[in-house]
Ligand binder design. Structure first.
Ligand SMILES: Cc1ncc(COP(=O)(O)O)c(C=O)c1O
Length: 454
């Protein structure tokens, strides 16, 4: 093969449909339950929060769901994203492995999040919605929905987890540039925010709290719906453009991955890359190892319980069966703000339960070390979240070196870290703490699970 480092597909290769793995899985997903009654919910129960088109995607069993032309037109702004062969990193590591990464940081806001922000804004606009309320952890999702709102003429209200709000003031400025309104969460603007501030003064916030605030605003205002940047089936579905493009770009190289790796917060960038590969496998194609990399300070997949739990701290959102650390769990203020969610996407959790994937937890210093190695070889500074996938890929490549095996590794470089340089500064200054989740704190948090039949 040539010495190419990038495979860039033409815009005509932007996928025409999203891939729904539920059509190929050997067992159905446990249904979501109503937070009040504990009974399975139907589409109508979700109607106060989401437009019906997105609800239909959420519950669909169809293998392919067509991407509307106006969404594909916006995708053209940055899609297809490049598939890189990390030749410089391979050399720096001295590994016989081939390392590929799909680079989602070329999107307008610097991550994979616009892949779902754009269709979510489009379907809301089509349904006559004027405003969307949402949460954001790292600020990547809030910026992306703000961008999508600007395109489709929607007002966007963002509740940003307080610790990230303080660490990353330029994310708020970016959201405001797109015309959105962003406040620190917990805020004084919602009932749930005021209650949490009273119960836990000085709290650094969490995604679970910010979700409750956004859900409250959507549920109590007629012209406002809610949007989530991860976790839900339709969000993971929209992200499958990543894996579909990766499959097609890899075909041009003659390589096929032995292992596919992604970082997991709520599971969407990971699912977006791996599900099309898993689908190939489930339909009789080549088998791949699938590895999720999460922070050891918020280890839902590796240490959480697979059980029904609330998706948010205020218990306004539906109950879903997922790997959870408990909806009241507030992770310590580590730097990968987008990986601070107490649960995991029900779909990713289900796939792990079916034995179709593995997961690992990493400490943040090891992740930043990998991020710096990557930046010095490949030039791109990964987002703190993405450094977890970089760590996973480097470890696989070093294992290949130890074993003298030339395996092919593919990972998702889901975002750049240009708004996260304080985190890198803290890493260089030796200020980052490595905190594993304390066993007693986990047990205490899990003791508050709703106690439904699992
Ligand atoms: C760059 C980046 N990567 C990963 C994540 C985690 O989300 P998910 O697991 O849904 O991809 C986030 C979330 O904010 C993010 O901003």
């Amino acid at each position: 093969m040539s010495q190419n480092v990038k495979i860039v597909l033409d815009e005509s290769h932007i996928p025409k449909a999203w891939y729904n793995v539920l059509a190929d899985l050997p067992a159905p997903l446990p249904p979501p339950l109503h937070p009040g009654t504990g009974k399975p919910i139907g589409p109508d129960d979700l109607a106060p929060l989401f437009p019906m088109s997105l609800i239909q995607q959420e519950v669909s069993g169809e293998r392919w769901i067509e991407i509307p032309d106006p969404v594909r037109a916006v995708y053209r702004q940055w899609r297809p994203t490049p598939l890189h062969r990390a030749r410089s990193l391979e050399k720096a590591l001295g590994t016989p492995a081939k390392i590929y990464y799909k680079y989602e940081g070329v999107s307008p806001t610097g991550s994979h999040k616009p892949n779902t922000a754009v269709p979510q804004a489009f379907f809301n606009k089509e349904a006559g919605i004027a405003r969307i309320a949402t949460e954001t952890g790292a600020g990547q999702w809030g910026s992306s929905l703000a961008y999508a709102g600007a395109i489709f003429g929607l007002k966007i209200k963002v509740f940003m987890v307080k610790v990230s709000f303080e660490q990353k003031p330029y994310r708020k400025a970016l959201m405001e540039t797109y015309g959105a309104d962003c406040v620190a969460s917990p805020s004084a603007e919602t009932e749930v925010g005021r209650q949490i501030r009273a119960r836990f003064p000085g709290t650094t916030g969490s995604l679970g709290i910010a979700i409750s605030e956004a859900v409250e605003v959507a549920a109590t205002s007629k012209d406002t719906s809610y949007a989530l940047g991860s976790v839900l089936n339709h969000v993971l579905l929209h992200q499958t453009v990543i894996g579909q493009e990766a499959l097609e770009a890899l075909a041009a190289t003659g390589d096929y991955p032995d292992v596919v790796i992604g970082c997991t917060g709520g599971g969407s960038n990971f699912a977006g890359l791996v599900l099309p590969f898993l689908g190939e496998q489930l339909r009789g194609g080549r088998k791949v190892r699938i590895v999720a990399c999460e922070p050891s300070a918020c280890p839902s997949l590796t240490r959480g319980k697979y059980a029904y739990d609330f998706g948010d701290t205020g218990h306004l959102a539906p109950l879903v069966k997922m790997h959870t650390l408990g909806s009241e769990f507030v992770p310590p203020g580590f730097h990968a703000g987008g990986l601070r969610y107490h649960g995991m996407a029900p779909l990713v959790s289900h796939i792990q339960e079916l034995g179709l994937m593995e997961s690992r937890a990493y400490r943040q210093n090891a992740c930043f070390e990998a991020g710096v190695t990557f930046a010095r070889a490949e030039g791109i500074v990964p987002a703190p979240e993405a450094t977890h996938a970089v760590r996973g890929a480097i470890d696989e490549a070093l294992r290949c070196k130890d074993e003298g095996k030339g395996r092919t590794i593919l990972f998702n470089l889901c975002g750049h870290g240009h708004f996260d340089m304080t985190a890198y500064q803290d890493y260089f200054a030796g200020k980052l703490e490595d905190r594993d989740l304390d066993e007693a704190a986990l047990a205490e948090s899990l003791a508050h699970l709703p106690g439904l039949a699992s």
